[in-house]
Design a protein around this ligand. Structure first.
Ligand SMILES: [Zn+2]
Length: 276
């Protein structure tokens, strides 16, 4: 069942954001504040996977990647949503959410690192903040909040926090996604991870999507990330452009990843949720 955010909460979110974000630029402090507010909502509304082994591994991998970026100073936090739906999302300020469906499909650390590295890049490039800053008009405060949460522009009835998490903040443009792939690719390399995982993971999702004929656990990924075939071609090109001796020195997997996978397999199945 899709999760719905009560409209009262929606209004409060808009008012809070309107008062704190009025003005042209969004400072780092405002960005973090907004991210914290959104993270609180997400944590309360989505089924979170609270398992020490899994969470500590995902945080350690995520931080090892984030610390190599130009925004290493953020207090990055990584959390796992307990759903088989394949998706991941980033809130401003460094709050990254990865769905369990990504963890269960990733075969090695470089595949998971690709998804996390991509989400990190959205934050590094302040993609959602830029959308807020570009909002114009008398209703600028509300506009800012809506650009971020996507709840005001939609009908109240659509004010759903989808399990993929995508309804609570703006969708990114194709070019933002491309930048996040390129940056995510580099982020992996800087963290010592082989970015080939980005290619194999996208290929895997595409195969699953084609097999399911849409409407399966991967459909929300494809709705949020159009042009997956183009992205695969881009990643292939980036791999071709990376010197083989660089790739040869990067790790694809770790004991920590495999321990996390074993732990994940022992946990009760995620609650059943609608794909979208
Ligand atoms: Zn993205």
């Amino acid at each position: 069942m899709p999760m719905r955010l009560p409209s009262r909460t929606t209004r409060i979110a808009c008012v809070v954001a309107a008062s704190s974000l009025a003005g042209c630029g969004v400072s780092q402090q405002q960005e973090i504040q907004l991210g914290q507010q959104e993270a609180q909502q997400v944590n309360a509304q989505l089924p979170m996977l609270n398992d020490a082994t899994v969470n500590s591994y995902v945080n350690s991998l995520g931080n090892s990647i984030a610390k190599t970026t130009s925004r290493a100073d953020l207090a990055w936090q990584f959390a796992v949503v307990n759903t088989d739906v394949v998706n991941a999302f980033a809130l401003p300020g460094g709050f990254i959410y990865v769905n369990r469906g990504v963890l269960s499909r990733a075969a090695n650390e470089s595949e998971l690192g690709a998804v996390i590295g991509h989400e990190i890049e959205h934050v590094v490039r302040r993609h959602s903040v830029k959308q807020m800053e570009q909002a114009q008009g008398a209703n600028v405060g509300v506009g800012l909040a809506c650009a971020l949460t996507n709840v005001c522009t939609n009908q109240a009835a659509q004010a759903a926090i989808q399990v993929g998490g995508t309804a609570i903040f703006a969708r990114f443009s194709r070019s933002d996604e491309q930048q996040a792939d390129q940056g995510g690719f580099q982020n992996e390399i800087h963290a010592g991870l082989n970015p080939r995982g980005m290619l194999t993971f996208f290929q895997k999702l595409l195969a699953e999507e084609q097999q399911s004929g849409g409407g399966g656990a991967t459909s929300s990924w494809f709705a949020d990330h159009p042009g997956t075939q183009d992205r695969i071609a881009d990643v292939q090109r980036m791999l071709n452009e990376t010197p083989p001796n660089v790739l040869a020195n990067l790790r694809s997997d770790s004991q920590g990843f495999q321990n996390m996978k074993r732990r994940l397999a022992q946990l009760p199945a995620p609650p059943r949720t609608a794909a979208r």
